[in-house]
Design a protein. Structure first.
Lengths: 277, 291
């Protein structure tokens, strides 16, 4: 059974006399432990999809099942909290997600709100900071950290709630190259070592190639779904959708090389093969 | 218009125990009519630096010279400088507030006390610069997409026709097409008005594509400045200060490491394609003559 399953999921923003449909019958399932990148233009509906999975929005039509439990309007407060704990979210702007003046207090904020006992909170905070590699900063002030460090603290705050799945909504968009690299390393580690299911919404194609699977959403519909190599092989279709491909893939397509290189090293291999033919 | 920075420094909370030097002795000349990029890690001082360029922040020491005149010399010069140096902040779309797109774009020229006819002309011109459909001018800015709103906000500054236009992360959070629309608009503005455009960015790929000159900030200081080619040659140094070079440059470096004779100044996919085709042809010629 998939960890998350949506069936014919639709959503329309009800704006008085001008309803705006943003998602049309999206049926997707995500297995436990998968690392899935979700690509789409601004306004394609991908963030709305994320908000539906985190129960911030309520579907207009269709169903969502999370860990075998179906999401519906009659859920009690306790049931909603329980489901939200399973799917954590990390947003774009690190400054909007940090609430405390000391790093470890910030990480403890979530579990404290869940009424967890202090000893257990202590254990979870230490472990979460360890996982994101920020143990040495436990007593620092968050506002003095770099963008990548702040995002890792935000991630630690989510981990401390022990989610099964984390949704990253363009979490690297505001970071410098090193910050992006730090966050992506953390994301991969969470997936590989902690077995956390990762859904990564991004505009950066070099981040998407690190996933096991890439889903492309356009105009509220799933347009492509496959391994990074299967999806990025469709260079012309992706450009037509207003998206891009990794630079190595684009270069190979222009030179009409065989194969679909995704990284600089794979690109160099493909070029070398071409030189030798 | 020539923009020159002379020994610029800025200290936040100066004179207190919280004092923090954000910009430390930066001197640079921004070439007139250039598209100049400013890159640097988070907290390197980029945003503080550009806020001094239009007089929004007063430097702790040093000068900002516009055609040789220090903009901080008196109140009038400072006020003039704010119109000559247009500054677009990050996420400028949050600052839209008028009823229509046209009014929002025309707000700056109105403040400049231009005639209604001139405001109308400037509004249309600015909409064209950023590639905004004129049919959108009568709409509420809040009915537009994120990318369109961003372009309205940028057009609002362009409508004042500043000879120097500075933008802090103008394409952040936009999809590839949205990014191209923004940068296309900035290039058109420069090409048609001869203005200087300064862009703060974290995207090495965008800088490789659009910037002609680049300033590199690191830990409050100016680490490097020069043409795009001169800057991106320092791949190791850039990586050591939290930056990077474009992916395609890594690909070409990998081939150079494997012994292929390729130039070391390739930063775009187009440039890589041309260089690789040339090398392939050369290898085939050599193969044919048996060398």
């Amino acid at each position: 059974m998939p960890f998350i399953e949506t069936k014919n999921l639709s959503f329309t923003y009800t704006d008085e006399d001008d309803p705006q449909p943003v998602l049309h019958e999206v049926s997707l399932s995500f297995e436990k432990g998968e690392f899935v990148a979700i690509l789409g233009r601004n306004g394609s509906g991908k963030s709305t999809f994320a908000k539906l999975l985190n129960l911030v929005l309520e579907a207009t039509d269709g169903t969502i099942t999370i860990d075998g439990k179906s999401v519906h309007a009659e859920l009690s407060e306790a049931e909603i909290i329980d489901l939200r704990k399973k799917v954590g979210m990390v947003f774009q702007n690190p400054d909007n997600q940090l609430v405390a003046t000391v790093v470890e207090e910030d990480v403890a904020f979530g579990p404290e709100n869940l009424g967890i006992e202090p000893a257990e909170i202590r254990r979870r905070v230490d472990e979460a900071l360890e996982i994101v590699g920020m143990t040495d900063y436990a007593r620092h002030a968050p506002h003095k950290l770099s963008g990548g460090q702040k995002q890792r603290i935000a991630i630690a705050g989510v981990i401390a709630m022990l989610p099964d799945c984390i949704l990253f909504d363009e979490s690297t968009a505001m970071l410098d190259p090193r910050g992006r690299a730090e966050v992506m390393e953390t994301v991969e580690k969470l997936n590989r070592e902690q077995g956390i299911t990762v859904l990564l919404i991004t505009h950066n194609m070099d981040e998407a190639v690190r996933a096991d699977r890439v889903v492309v959403i356009d105009d509220g519909r799933v347009q492509m779904d496959g391994t990074p190599r299967e999806v990025f092989a469709k260079v012309d279709e992706l450009f037509a959708l207003g998206l891009a491909v990794p630079q190595a893939t684009e270069l190979a397509a222009r030179l009409e090389l065989s194969g679909v290189p995704l990284t600089p090293v794979e690109g160099a291999d493909a070029v070398e093969n071409w030189f030798n033919t | 218009m020539k923009l020159e920075l002379k020994n610029l420094s800025y200290t936040y909370s100066g004179g207190t125990t919280f004092a923090r030097q954000a910009v430390d002795d930066v001197s640079a000349v921004i070439r007139e009519g250039s598209i100049t990029g400013i890159i640097g890690h988070t907290g390197s001082g980029k945003s503080t630096l550009v806020q001094m360029m239009n007089g929004l922040l007063t430097p702790s020491s040093g000068e900002v010279l516009l055609d040789g005149v220090n903009i901080f010399s008196d109140k009038k010069t400072l006020r003039d400088a704010r119109f000559k140096v247009g500054l677009v902040f990050q996420y400028p779309e949050y600052q839209l507030f008028e009823e229509t797109v046209a009014k929002d774009i025309g707000f700056g020229p109105k403040n400049q006390k231009l005639s209604p006819e001139e405001i109308a002309t400037r509004t249309l011109e600015a909409a064209d610069f950023v590639g905004l459909d004129r049919e959108l001018l009568g709409k509420s800015p809040f009915d537009l997409s994120g990318g369109q709103k961003r372009r309205v906000a940028i057009a609002g500054v362009m409508a004042m026709r500043p000879p120097i236009l500075i933008l802090d992360e103008p394409a952040s959070g936009l999809d590839p097409v949205g990014r191209e629309e923004i940068f296309g608009g900035l290039c058109r503005y420069r090409d048609q008005t001869g203005a200087t455009v300064v862009i703060v960015s974290h995207s090495m790929e965008d800088m490789a594509r659009y910037a002609e000159d680049i300033l590199v900030m690191s830990d409050s200081r100016l680490l490097l400045s020069g043409s795009r080619d001169e800057i991106f040659k320092n791949a190791d140094l850039l990586c050591s200060v939290g930056l990077d070079v474009p992916e395609v440059t890594h690909l070409i470096s990998e081939l150079r490491r494997r012994g292929y004779d390729l130039p070391d100044n390739i930063y775009t996919v187009e440039g890589a394609e041309a260089a690789l085709r040339a090398l392939k042809a050369k290898l085939q010629r050599e193969g044919a003559t048996g060398c």
